[in-house]
Design a protein around this ligand. Structure first.
Ligand SMILES: [Zn+2]
Length: 218
């Protein structure tokens, strides 16, 4: 594997959080188990196989590597990636990709999707991602990854299995969807004095951290 950028790694409660973040330099994270990444301030070679990326905002240290990532996946004959960005910046990101298409003479193929507060993205049967508004000097969003499961409705709990099965076969909805937040990516936080912001990846539950490097981003 080509090592072109620093990657730190931390495993917590079954999820691997890997990437790097440094103030005004670059932020990029991914969680292989969830097949998603957050931000593309850099594009480590090892991240190339992660097709879905959620970008928090348009500052260069969070987004500069989008053309590299898109072009590299095409060069390696991989499916076009899906990249979510704040809705306000979609058009400009598209412009950048078009400009780079002319510079590089290679097609920039990706699904670029704008998201805003409250939007929901279905990753798989088990996981959904929701976007929420964050406060920064440019349009920005954070993301929560949810685990979702079907749980037997409370009023049916304790009933014999064959009765539940009969109700289900008769067309009755016997379960409720239960969601548990498993990861939160803020990407940025409001400015406080000189330090413009920090980035944090949080494995929600009992523990949180500001990325494995305790680094700062802008
Ligand atoms: Zn920023």
């Amino acid at each position: 594997m080509i090592k072109n950028l620093p990657v730190r790694s931390l495993v917590h409660k079954g999820l691997t959080i890997e990437g790097y973040s440094r103030a005004a330099v670059q932020s990029y994270w991914r969680i292989p188990e969830l097949k998603l990444a957050f931000d593309l301030g850099g594009s480590p070679w090892s991240f190339m196989g992660t097709q879905t990326v959620f970008v928090s905002h348009g500052h260069l240290d969070h987004m500069a590597a989008i053309p590299v990532f898109v072009a590299r996946r095409r060069m390696m004959k991989m499916e076009p990636p899906t990249i979510y960005v704040p809705a306000e910046v979609v058009e400009n990101v598209q412009r950048v990709l078009h400009a780079w298409q002319r510079l590089d003479r290679g097609r920039m193929v990706c699904n670029l999707i704008g998201v805003k507060h409250g939007d929901e993205v279905e990753l798989s049967r088990e996981n959904v991602v929701t976007a929420f508004a964050t406060k920064h000097t440019v349009p920005s969003v954070g993301y929560v990854v949810w685990d979702r499961r079907r749980k037997l409705k409370p009023e049916l709990q304790g009933l014999p299995g064959d009765q539940i099965r009969d109700r289900r076969l008769a067309g009755e909805e016997v379960t409720d969807e239960v969601r548990v937040p498993i990861v939160c990516y803020v990407g940025t936080v409001p400015s406080t004095g000189k330090r413009r912001s920090t980035s944090s990846v949080t494995r929600t539950s009992t523990t949180s951290w500001s990325g494995p490097t305790s680094s700062r981003t802008s």
